[in-house]
Design a protein around this ligand. Structure first.
Ligand code: IPM
Ligand code: MG
Length: 360
């Protein structure tokens, strides 16, 4: 069966990194299955472009044209590049593009794996002694509610953003996080601000109630300020496995976590709806100042494509192949500028080619 992949190139460095995402997906799809399951032959992928974002807005007057939404609705999964342009008012592309897509497809789960790849420790601001046991945890960010509910408003004299949490919204993200912890190292930390915010207190109560029903998972809660400190003092896999949190805190701690593992250029993400269409994207932005120079790191996008294989196309075997190819390219010494730590850097295309070589 043909699987259709929607491709949103985005703005700035978007087209450069998305190009490598597509090429890696194509190469991985041609691989024979690593497993013996007879249903797991090569994948038959078909790519369709759907313009969304700042440049689309300047051309058509719409950030997310109806035709693009139609195209994407007919896809099995979506690969999205970063979007946003300095010549468009801040917030327009975010609201009408990125958040509108997540909302339209009801992608209430935002998965952000935080993994330190071997050999790039020097790109992390943390000292070696803190990194010697590696870093390998995963942030499960609630992706539809909280301060991103888009309820509230602004006047000349005041502004509000409603931090909305619903029973259904909190339950479904916690259930996903518990299931994920069950499939990993069975350790789940919930991050909130329950000592101040009612919304967080609500979240914590639901979390603690669910924890009681799942005694096989080691559960704890951390206040978000404390979490930000503790994860810098000890980012090791012994300390963190699955970290579940709300929309706003997840946004913030994902960037802190990206620094720990060397670069936003190493940070992939997946917006998921278990019964709908998933959308993967690098955590980084469109970096207009770097566009067209061939210096941007394509690995965040390539690793996002691994997440597509794992979570949208049910091909864990191919997800692993892509992640191994990334490690092999790094082992061979390829480093884009963001992870070169002062050493000579390779280009976007050299890094992409290096990964591709290990997917033949
Ligand atoms: C992210 C981004 C987005 C978010 C913005 C661009 C809307 O920061 O994906 O982390 O806040 O979710
Ligand atoms: Mg962010």
């Amino acid at each position: 069966m043909k699987q259709r992949i929607g491709v949103i190139e985005g703005d700035g460095v978007g087209p450069e990194v998305v190009n490598w995402g597509v090429r890696v997906l194509e190469a991985a799809a041609r691989l024979p299955s690593a497993w013996s399951a007879p249903t797991m032959g090569p994948l038959d992928l078909e790519f369709v472009k759907a313009p969304v974002g700042g440049s689309t807005f300047l051309e058509s007057g719409q950030v997310l044209p109806e035709a693009s939404l139609q195209t994407l609705s007919g896809c099995h999964a979506i690969l999205k590049g970063p979007m946003g342009r300095p010549d468009i008012e801040a917030g327009v592309v975010e609201r009408d593009g990125i958040l509108a897509l997540r909302q339209h497809f009801e992608q209430y789960i935002n998965l952000r794996p935080v993994k330190l790849y071997n050999g790039i420790e020097a790109a992390s601001p943390l000292k070696d002694s803190l990194l010697k046991r590696g870093v390998d945890f995963i942030i499960v960010r609630e992706n539809s509610e909280g301060l991103y509910s888009r309820m509230g408003g602004i006047t000349e004299t005041s502004a509000t953003d409603i931090n909305l949490f619903t029973e259904r919204g909190v339950r479904r993200i916690l259930e996903f996080a518990f299931d994920l912890a069950q499939s990993r190292r069975k350790n789940l930390v919930s991050v909130d601000k329950a000592n101040v915010l009612s919304a967080s207190l609500f979240w914590r109560r639901k979390f603690e109630a669910m924890a009681k029903t799942q005694p096989q998972i080691e559960c704890s809660s951390q206040l978000v300020d404390s979490f930000c400190l503790l994860v810098l003092q000890d980012p090791s896999p012994a300390r963190w496995d699955v970290v579940v949190t709300d929309n706003m805190f997840g946004d913030i701690i994902a960037d802190e976590a990206a620094a720990i593992v060397g670069s936003l250029g190493m940070s992939p993400s997946a917006n998921l709806n278990p019964r709908g269409i998933g959308m993967v994207e690098p955590v980084h932005g469109s970096a207009p100042d770097l566009a067209g120079q061939g210096v941007v790191n394509p690995l965040a996008t390539i690793l996002s494509c691994a997440l597509m294989m794992r979570h949208c196309l049910e091909r864990e075997d191919l997800a692993i192949r892509i992640e191994q190819a990334v490690q092999s390219a790094l082992d061979e010494g390829f480093r884009t500028r963001d992870i070169a730590a002062g050493a000579p850097a390779c280009t976007t295309d050299e890094m992409g080619e290096a990964v591709l070589k290990y997917l033949q």
